[in-house]
Design a protein around this ligand. Structure first.
Ligand SMILES: [Zn+2]
Length: 422
C-alpha cells in the first residue's frame, strides 16, 4: 500500500462542498461517479492506494465475489445474509473465504481460553484419553473430569461419574454419542431462533458450553496439547500473533495436584515458545488475565493486586487485565472504579483491555461502560457494539487510538443484529 493522495482527497471534498452547499444544480453522471468515489474513499482502507499487484489481486477477488453474489441471488442462499450456524457450511465451501483464509491476518486479539480450538479435537482426542469420566448433569449438560480409578469422585451437581471408555463400550452408536458431546461444547443448533429466544438463554448456554470445555482443558496433559493444537489452527489460518483472555482457573493433575495462575502462564509461555521454534514466522502469544464481572469489590481488589503481580512477574507474556461475563447482568465498570484505579494510585503499570458496550441497551449503566472503559485508560475495547450510540466514546476512541475488537458473528449470535430467516 502507498501513502494516500491528500491533494486528490481535498479536490473531491471541495467539489462536493460546491455541489451541495453553494452551487446546487442538476446532477450529471460525472457528479454521481464522484459521489461514489467519495463514498469509496470513506470506507475502511479507502484512503490507501494499492500497488499494481494488489490491484490485480483485487480484480480477481472481486470477480470471484461477484460470482458468489450472483449465485446467492439465484439460489436465495447468500451466506452473509444468513444465520452463521446455517451459513457455516456455505462459508467453508466459498472460494472467497478460501482466499481470505490464506491472507495474512496479523493478530487474533479477542480470544477466550476455552474456545481457542475446534471442539472436534476435544471430543476425538481429550475425551478418548484414559481416566476420562463423564457426568450427565440434571439440566441435560455434561461435565468431564480425569480421575484415578480408585480416587473419590465427588463433584458439585454430579451424582455419578462414568468412565467414558466403559460407557462407549456399552452404547450402540458411538458416532452419534460423540456428536452429542460436540453439541454440548458449542452453541450450534439447527434452529437458533427457536433455541435462543433471549440473550439470557444464550449466555446460559455459553456458560454451560464453556464449563464443559474447561472441565476437559483444565487437566494438565490436555491443557498444553490443546493450546499447541490451537496455535496450529491459527497458524493454518495465517494468524501471526494471538492474545488470550484467560481466567487462569486451577489446572489439575491426575493425582489431584492443583496448579496456580503462574503455572498456567508459564505453560502458555512454554508452549508458545515451542510453537515459535517449530514455526519461526509465528510471533507469539500474550495473556490478558480476566475475572468475572460479577465479583464483589473486595474480590476485585484481590484480583487487581494479583494481576499487578502477574504483570510484573511475566512482563513478556502478560498483556494486562479484563473482566468477562454477560455485561447486562454483571456490575458496570464504574462500580469497580476504586479497585481499577489502584495500579494508577500506586504508580504501577497494568494495561486494561475491557470488554465494553457488548449490549444493545441504550441509556443504561451498561452502555456507559464504553465511556468508562476509556476514562479508565483501556488499551482496546472488547466488542464495543454500542459505540455507534455513544458519539463521545466514538470520537475519544479515535483520538486516543483505542482499537475496537469487533466480532460480527458474536453480534449476530446474540441477536444484536439479526439475519433474515432463510
Ligand atoms: Zn469476549
Amino acid at each position: 500500500m502507498k501513502a494516500p493522495n491528500f491533494r486528490k482527497e481535498a479536490a473531491v471534498f471541495s467539489f462536493f462542498f460546491c455541489l451541495f452547499a453553494v452551487c446546487q444544480t442538476f446532477p450529471t453522471p460525472a457528479d454521481r461517479a464522484s459521489l461514489i468515489k467519495l463514498e469509496q474513499f470513506q470506507f475502511t482502507g479507502g484512503n490507501l492506494l494499492s500497488t499494481e499487484k494488489e490491484l490485480q489481486v483485487n480484480c480477481i477477488l472481486k470477480r470471484i465475489k461477484a460470482k458468489e453474489i450472483m449465485e446467492g441471488m439465484k439460489t436465495g442462499k447468500f451466506a452473509p445474509a444468513m444465520h452463521f450456524f446455517r451459513a457455516k457450511e456455505l462459508i467453508e465451501q466459498s472460494p472467497v473465504f478460501k482466499i481470505i483464509q490464506m491472507m495474512p491476518k496479523g493478530a487474533g486479539l479477542h480470544l477466550h481460553e476455552y474456545a481457542l480450538l475446534n471442539v472436534d479435537w476435544l471430543v476425538k482426542n481429550a475425551t478418548y484419553l484414559p481416566n476420562c469420566y463423564i457426568c450427565f448433569t440434571p439440566v441435560g449438560g455434561v461435565q468431564f473430569h480425569y480421575f484415578n480409578r480408585n480416587q473419590q469422585k465427588k463433584m458439585v451437581n454430579c451424582s455419578e461419574w462414568v468412565l467414558l471408555e466403559q460407557y462407549r463400550n456399552q452404547i450402540q452408536n458411538v458416532t452419534e454419542f460423540d456428536n452429542s458431546l460436540m453439541r454440548n461444547l458449542t452453541l450450534i443448533t439447527e434452529n437458533p431462533e427457536e433455541a435462543y429466544q433471549s440473550q439470557n438463554i444464550i449466555w446460559h448456554r455459553f456458560s454451560d458450553a464453556f464449563a464443559a470445555a474447561s472441565s476437559l482443558i483444565s487437566y494438565a496433559p490436555v491443557f498444553k496439547t490443546y493450546f499447541y493444537e490451537a496455535l496450529k489452527e491459527f497458524y493454518h489460518d495465517n494468524v501471526q500473533y494471538i492474545e488470550i483472555r484467560a481466567l487462569l482457573l486451577p489446572v489439575y493433575e491426575l493425582d489431584g495436584t492443583l496448579h496456580n495462575k503462574s503455572w498456567s502462564i508459564m505453560a502458555y509461555q512454554e508452549v508458545s515458545r515451542q510453537f515459535k521454534n517449530d514455526n519461526p514466522d509465528f510471533m507469539g502469544t500474550k495473556v490478558i488475565f480476566s475475572v468475572h464481572r460479577k465479583l464483589n469489590n473486595a474480590e476485585m481488589k484481590i484480583a487487581v493486586h494479583e494481576a499487578m503481580e502477574l504483570y510484573s512477574k511475566f512482563p513478556e507474556t502478560m498483556a494486562g487485565f479484563d473482566m468477562v461475563g454477560h455485561e447486562d447482568a454483571g456490575h458496570p465498570l464504574w462500580y469497580f472504579k476504586n479497585e481499577l484505579l489502584i495500579p494508577a494510585k500506586l504508580g504501577v503499570k497494568l494495561p486494561y483491555f475491557f470488554h465494553a458496550g457488548e449490549t444493545d441497551w441504550e441509556g443504561l449503566h451498561v452502555d456507559e461502560n464504553i465511556l468508562d472503559a476509556l476514562l479508565l485508560n483501556t488499551s482496546r475495547i472488547g466488542h464495543g457494539y454500542s459505540i455507534n450510540k455513544r458519539l463521545a466514546a466514538k470520537q475519544l476512541s479515535k483520538k486516543l487510538e483505542v482499537a475496537i475488537e469487533v466480532c460480527p458473528i458474536s453480534n449476530q449470535l446474540q441477536c444484536y443484529v439479526c439475519p433474515d430467516e432463510s
